[in-house]
Design a protein around this ligand. Structure first.
Ligand SMILES: Nc1ncnc2c1ncn2[C@@H]1O[C@H](COP(=O)(O)OP(=O)(O)O)[C@@H](O)[C@H]1O
Ligand SMILES: [Mg+2]
Length: 204
């Protein structure tokens, strides 16, 4: 079942000095349960594509159709945790922004934190976590709003290879277990997440 359709997407950034054509002619369809990796060199527009999908950037032209009832969850490049918020508070951020912070949703987040090995760190601050744990927190923050499609921007590029292998495996299991679809972008075909993706799309 198709849940997302992108057609001829284009984005031009306008700076004071010049125009930058960041994304051109990008078309793509996502099926439910599919895990797609979009691969391309740095600067080719991968982050811009994900930002347009979740409305953090306006598109210049083209069409994005998210099918009814489908929600998107965005995990930005780097973990971008807030150091002054506890692990739990970081994970509740999306729910707060969507004015959807019910006791039930908070319990769901706590359950995810426990399931994925962060039980003892619920009230800790990000600075007390390892890189791999921070990435898991970042993912749980994304899962908190129960998105159907995860948008993962170079998810684990900040980690060393060993940790990346372990975390990628964790995250893959989480995505499968929670029955999500995912689009991840990377410049690195040795990325373990890339190796386990089902569909690969070379972009530029
Ligand atoms: N906010 C912005 N303003 C102007 N140019 C930008 C902005 N964001 C990205 N760009 C430019 O758009 C191009 C694509 O960037 P990006 O989507 O970040 O690529 P990638 O994620 O593939 O490395 C690059 O040339 C980058 O410099
Ligand atoms: Mg990028």
């Amino acid at each position: 079942m198709k849940i997302l359709e992108i057609k001829d997407l284009k984005k031009t950034y306008h700076t004071k000095k010049r125009e930058i054509l960041a994304v051109d002619n990008f078309s793509f369809e996502l099926e439910k349960g599919e895990f797609v990796a979009i691969v391309g060199p740095s600067g080719c527009g991968k982050s811009t594509i994900l930002k347009m999908l979740c409305n953090l950037e306006n598109k210049s032209s083209g069409n994005i159709a998210v099918f009814p009832g489908i929600n998107l969850g965005y995990m930005p490049q780097g973990d971008s945790l807030f150091e002054w918020r506890s692990v739990l508070k970081n994970c509740l951020l999306g729910l707060e922004i969507k004015h959807n912070l019910t006791k039930e949703n908070e319990n769901y987040v706590i359950k995810l934190l426990k399931t994925y090995g962060l039980e003892d760190f619920i009230n800790a601050y990000p600075s007390n976590l390892s890189g791999g744990m921070r990435q898991r927190v970042s993912l749980i923050r994304t899962l908190a709003t129960k998105p159907d499609i995860l948008l993962l921007d170079e998810p684990f590029s900040a980690l060393d290879y060993q940790t990346r292998l372990a975390v990628s495996d964790d995250v893959y299991k989480i995505i499968k277990k929670e029955k999500k679809s995912a689009i991840m972008v990377t410049h690195d075909i040795s990325d373990p997440m890339f190796q386990i993706s089902m569909t690969v799309l070379n972009y530029k």
